[in-house]
Design a protein around this ligand. Structure first.
Ligand code: GDP
Ligand code: ZN
Length: 363
């Protein structure tokens, strides 16, 4: 009966779609294999292809730029033969999670590519820390992924009214972000979350203890993380536990879970901050000075909103704090962005010089 239906592409469950097929077409014409990177490891990576999982060497792709190395979640073109097989290239990334290194060398580290949903796990077992939620949301927006806040351990808040308030408070902090209460214990909310995540690739963010591993296992339907763990020997002859960092979810969608993504180090998140604090940025357009710092300036619309009670002072405080944090980090998402920033510095420098000259002229 269904003999006329076209077979699904074997990589569909890993997120392959028509747009990727189009991107890949020129490599397909050359006979290269399409695949998605499920793990990277010292110049090599594991790639899931239509022919199964294979190991490939990434040294061909890797120039000196740490943001241009192959990372988990990348779609790649792999040479059909050879020992080792080489990754020829990766397809242009739709989104990317980049962590700034804390070292002085202004280099970021790419942690995951082509992520559609950034689930921010927030535990209901402890008091809601909205400032922390905002921080995670900023880095989620910055990556290009859609954030989703998941309030975990909802079974610990048995009173529906209380739970409702917590969801509402979180929603106010997170404009444009769905907030879902879930419990891995009772299964509450998991169906909704599964449905949301079935449409793309997801990463789990959040504090240690927020319930990310438990959630991952619940979504995977069994302790797949455990099952997927294999032992191998590293360069020093030690046995190490290696894990597949990208998994297809049984309900559809893909989960990326890499150790580096779990913590929040220092992240570039300036545009993300703007999205989290959209209402403040909106108010700021009405400040008298376009570079108003909203501290003591006359005609400051942001301070006026705090005075009149429409903007909670706490919101302004976390906004300032996040911006300060970000300013300590030189943005480094990619070459294009770096070039833009340099342009901006040049422009600012020129403006500064012009202003100085104008002052001198007046004297
Ligand atoms: P992670 O550090 O974010 O990966 O957090 P874990 O998944 O390891 O969970 C931290 C703790 O929270 C563990 O003791 C879990 O058993 C507990 N936990 C996770 N999910 C739930 C839940 O839905 N309800 C309750 N009551 N406890 C949970
Ligand atoms: Zn202002």
């Amino acid at each position: 009966m269904s003999s006329f239906s076209l077979p699904l592409h074997p990589l569909t469950s890993y997120g392959w779609d028509d747009a990727w097929a189009d991107e890949f077409a020129p490599y397909d014409a050359e006979g290269l294999l399409a695949g998605r990177v499920i793990r990277v490891d010292r110049g090599q990576c594991d790639v899931v292809t239509a022919d199964g999982v294979m190991r490939a060497d990434t040294s061909f792709v890797t120039p000196n730029d740490p943001l241009r190395v192959v990372c988990t979640g990348d779609w790649v073109a792999v040479e059909p033969t050879g020992n080792p097989r080489y990754v020829r290239t990766y397809l242009p990334r739709r989104t990317a999670f980049v962590r700034s290194t804390s070292s002085k060398r202004s280099e970021g580290q790419i942690l995951a590519a082509n992520v559609d949903y950034a689930v921010v796990a927030v535990s209901l077992a402890v008091e809601l820390d909205l400032g922390r939620v905002e921080r995670f949301l900023a880095l989620a927006w910055e990556s290009g992924a859609q954030p989703v806040v998941v309030l975990t351990k909802a079974d610990l808040v048995p009173d529906p009214a209380t739970l409702g308030h917590l969801v509402e408070d979180t929603g106010t902090t997170a404009p444009g972000v769905p907030v879902l209460p879930v419990s891995a214990n009772t299964g509450e909310g998991l169906d909704v979350l599964e449905a949301v995540l079935s449409g793309g690739t997801t990463v789990l963010l959040g504090q240690s203890g927020a319930g990310k591993s438990t959630l991952a296992n619940a979504l995977l339907g069994e302790d797949v993380m455990e099952v997927q763990t294999t032992r191998d020997v590293d360069g020093k002859g030690r046995h190490t536990t290696t894990t597949r960092n990208l998994l297809a979810l049984p309900g559809g969608g893909v989960l990326i879970d890499t150790p580096g993504l779990r913590g929040v180090g220092l992240w570039d998140a300036e545009t993300g901050v703007g999205q989290v604090f959209a209402e403040i940025e909106q108010l700021a357009t009405h400040c008298r000075f376009h570079d108003c710092a909203h501290t003591a300036e006359p005609g400051c619309a942001v301070l006026a909103a705090v005075d009149s009670g429409t903007l909670p002072e706490r919101r302004l405080d976390s906004y300032r704090k996040l911006l300060r944090e970000n300013q300590r980090i030189v943005a480094k998402t990619d070459a294009r962005l770096r070039a833009e920033i340099r342009k901006d510095w040049k422009r600012k420098g020129a403006e500064g010089r012009a202003a100085m000259e104008a002052k001198r002229g007046r004297r």
